[in-house]
Design a protein around this ligand. Structure first.
Ligand SMILES: Cc1ncc(COP(=O)(O)O)c(C=O)c1O
Length: 395
């Protein structure tokens, strides 16, 4: 089957598309049939057998291997968390930072990454914000003016939630390597849509949730910690973090050695249902291939941009191919258009400065044309174009 036939076939896995025009994959994923089946199989085992936990735990290790392959990492570099924000907070509290050290972020990047590091201000850590326009991408040059010998971490989203930029991680990774700086990446929006090869991109730590491009319901996160970063130590410790978990479940004060691998950052039961779902979703995604998904959503973006140009509506993020993937924010007054799209059963997200349209692998060129028709109706009905003050409507 050709790639385009496989993409058409995958749409049948998302029956919600028969009910509404779903263009909100950057918010959360609709459940796919095969992912739902994996969850149901898990619940059936819990319901009928009271849960074969050893089997579930051994499957979790299979999923760890599957996730590791997905990121070109090794299984001992992968820990499971509950979401992106937990992973970023784990990273912020694991890096040995002293008063006077600094961390550089991009102004306006996801607030949960900013808060994880701003929380260190009470320890005297300086947080610096690099400036970047929404229609340009971050490169090594973006960060160069902000770093010095006390810079220990550069941290940013791979793909931004608010403008859809794909930042140049490879270039930023090289800068970090040259300067001995850790690169901590929030891959929430890129994972499953844009290839993420942690080695090629020079990533030290990566945090992501699984409820967007990875097609799993909320509550499971992935943390990659590069092998050899032994100075990174967990703030939270439980039995699964220690090198020799006591068989009798009695903690011994003289045996606190932690695991050397990323497992030192896990400290309790894992989200086993979602891990089962994740295995099915990675199979689904790999049935098409992440590079093909990226090509597909980029082509949908090309089509959308052509429509927007014709309709006279501006884009907030970059227009250039290679700098954008599945997220497109239309510069229109937010509240009026959010209501208009809801009336027409189009699911999109209000975003700062506009309305965010985001594609999943199941979206088609016809979806883009339908969206354009709904926008055209809105303009005819006087909902308003981007020439009025969009900022006034930001929510
Ligand atoms: C770029 C980015 N980072 C972090 C988050 C927060 O994700 P989580 O709920 O997994 O912590 C989001 C969610 O929308 C996001 O888009």
């Amino acid at each position: 089957m050709s790639v385009s036939d496989r993409i058409v076939a995958v749409r049948a896995q998302f029956p919600v598309m028969e009910r509404l025009l779903y263009l909100d994959s950057a918010h959360q994923t609709p459940l796919a049939t095969s992912v739902r089946a994996a969850l149901e199989a898990f619940y059936t085992q819990g319901y009928e057998l009271a849960g074969p936990k050893p089997v579930w735990l051994s499957r979790a290790e299979d999923v760890r291997r599957q996730v590791a392959r997905f990121f070109n990492a090794s299984p001992n570099e992968i820990a499971f968390t509950k979401n992106t924000s937990e992973g970023l907070n784990i990273a912020a509290n694991a890096v040995p930072l002293n008063a006077g050290d600094n961390v550089v972020l991009i102004e306006g990047d996801h607030p949960n990454n900013a808060y994880a590091w701003l929380n260190l201000k009470r320890r005297g850590v300086q947080v610096r914000f690099a400036k970047l326009r929404d229609d340009e991408i971050a490169t090594a040059q973006t960060f160069a003016p902000y770093i010095d010998e006390r810079t220990k971490v550069i941290t940013l989203s791979h793909v931004t939630f608010h403008a859809g930029q794909i930042h140049d991680l490879a270039g930023i990774g090289r800068l970090c390597e040259q300067r001995g700086i850790l690169l901590v990446v929030d891959a929430m929006q890129s994972v499953g849509v844009v290839p993420v090869d942690v080695k090629a991109l020079g990533i030290s730590v990566l945090a992501a949730g699984t409820h967007k491009g990875l097609l799993v319901p909320q509550g499971l996160g992935i943390l990659y910690v590069k092998e050899g970063l032994d100075a990174l130590q967990p703030a939270y410790v439980g039995m699964s973090s220690v090198a020799r978990p006591p068989a009798d479940y009695i903690a011994r004060p003289d045996d606190l050695e932690l695991r050397a691998d990323a497992g030192r950052f896990e400290y309790g039961n894992l989200n086993l249902p979602d891990l089962h779902a994740l295995s099915a979703s990675i199979d689904l995604i790999e049935g098409i291939g992440v590079p093909e998904i990226l090509k597909h959503v980029t082509a949908l973006g090309d089509r959308l941009i052509a429509h927007l140009d014709e309709l006279g509506i501006a884009l907030i993020g970059p227009r250039e191919r290679g700098q954008r993937a599945h997220i497109y924010v239309l510069k229109v007054p937010v509240q009026k258009w959010a209501d208009h799209f809801e009336r027409h059963r189009v699911r999109v997200s209000p975003e700062r400065g506009g309305i965010r349209v985001s594609f999943g692998m199941f979206n088609t060129p016809e979806d883009v044309d339908r969206l354009a028709e709904v926008v055209r109706h809105g303009l005819t009905d006087g909902v308003g174009d981007g020439t009025s003050d969009a900022a006034a409507d930001v929510d």
